[in-house]
Design a protein around this ligand. Structure first.
Ligand SMILES: [Zn+2]
Ligand SMILES: [Zn+2]
Length: 283
C-alpha cells in the first residue's frame, strides 16, 4: 500500500481532487473541503457526496484527510472570530461526515495574547461543544504541531497533550506531525540522534500510536526559526535525512504522509517531490 501523497485542490468540485491526486502519483490525498480563504463554505449535496465517494472507490487512493481552513481559531476569545470559527469547524465536520472522510487535520489556534493555558482551555471547550453538536462525524481530529509563530499554540507536544487531556472526548484526537513545523519550532529532527530524541519525547507525551498522519515538508529556514515556510523535499534546511528516517521507521509504516510543498505552475512539482521521497524508501 502506498501511503504517500499530497494536498490537492478541489477547484471545480470536490471530486476533482481525486483525479488530481491520481495524476500526480498520489496514494493518499489531503483536501480543503471548502474555499480556504472564505469563512462560509458550501454544504455538500447528496449528489456531490456520491460522486466523490464513487470516484474515490475507483481511484486506488487509500486515504483522504481534510484540513481545516486557516481562518479558524478555536483558541480565540469569545467574540466574532470565535463564533465564526465554531460555525466553520462544525460545517467542516458535517461535510466530512457526508463525504466519508474520517480525519480532519487542524491547527490548534492562537491565544492572541491571552496566554497559553487560556488558549488551550478554549480549544478543549470548543471541541466539547463540537463533538456534542455533530454526532454524525464519528472520525478523529488530528491536532497539527505548529512552527510556534506569534501566539500560535501547538509548537510543543505538551500543548497537544493538554488539549487531549482537557477534552471530554480524549479518544477523538490524534496528531498530524509536520516536519517543517517541528524543525522550525526547535525539534532537531534533521540528524539521527535528534530524530530519536524527538520521537521519544512524542511517545512520552502522547504515545506514538497517536501519530496518525505526517506532513512531509522541508523548511526554508533553520532549526528553531519559528517561521513556517515550506520548501521542496531535500532543498531546504532539513535536507533528505529526516525524510529517510521517517519513511524507513517501522513505527510509521502504516501512517499516511502528505506533502504540502510548492507545487509549480501546473502542480508538476508534486510528482517530482513524491518520486524523490519514494526513492528514499529502503527494502
Ligand atoms: Zn502541515
Ligand atoms: Zn506549514
Amino acid at each position: 500500500m502506498d501511503l504517500l501523497g499530497a494536498h490537492v485542490s478541489i477547484a471545480g468540485g470536490i471530486h476533482n481532487a481525486v483525479d488530481r491526486g491520481v495524476s500526480s502519483g498520489c496514494g493518499v490525498i489531503q483536501i480543503f473541503t471548502q474555499n480556504s480563504n472564505q469563512w462560509k463554505g458550501k454544504a455538500v449535496s447528496a449528489a456531490d457526496a456520491q460522486l466523490f465517494r464513487d470516484k474515490l472507490a475507483a481511484s486506488g487512493l487509500s486515504h483522504v484527510v481534510s484540513h481545516d481552513i486557516y481562518l479558524i481559531n478555536l483558541a480565540a476569545a469569545p467574540g466574532e472570530v470565535k463564533d465564526k470559527s465554531l460555525i466553520a469547524f462544525k460545517e467542516e465536520m458535517q461535510r466530512c461526515a457526508a463525504l466519508g472522510i474520517d480525519k480532519i487535520v487542524m491547527h490548534p489556534g492562537s491565544h492572541t495574547g491571552d496566554g497559553e493555558e487560556t488558549g488551550i482551555r478554549r480549544i478543549c471547550e470548543a471541541f466539547d461543544q463540537l463533538f456534542a453538536e455533530v454526532p454524525e462525524f464519528t472520525g478523529k481530529v488530528l491536532l497539527e504541531n505548529t512552527a510556534g509563530q506569534g501566539t500560535n499554540l501547538g509548537y510543543r507536544f505538551d500543548h497537544l497533550k493538554s488539549i487531549m487531556e482537557g477534552s471530554s472526548y480524549p479518544t477523538r484526537f490524534g496528531v498530524c506531525f509536520d516536519t517543517c513545523h517541528a524543525f522550525a519550532s526547535g525539534y532537531p529532527i534533521a540528524e539521527r540522534d535528534g530524530y530519536r530524541r524527538t520521537f521519544d519525547e512524542f511517545d512520552g507525551a502522547l504515545g506514538i500510536d497517536k501519530l496518525m498522519a505526517f506532513h512531509l515538508n522541508d523548511s526554508k529556514k533553520g532549526l528553531g526559526c519559528k517561521v513556517d515556510r515550506h520548501e521542496h523535499i531535500g532543498a531546504g534546511a532539513l535536507g533528505l535525512e529526516p525524510f529517510r528516517f521517517i519513511l524507513n521507521d517501522p513505527h510509521f509504516k502504516l501512517v499516511p504522509k502528505f506533502i504540502e510543498t510548492p507545487k509549480g505552475d501546473a502542480d508538476e512539482m508534486d510528482a517530482v517531490n513524491l518520486k524523490l521521497l519514494r526513492s528514499l524508501v529502503e527494502g
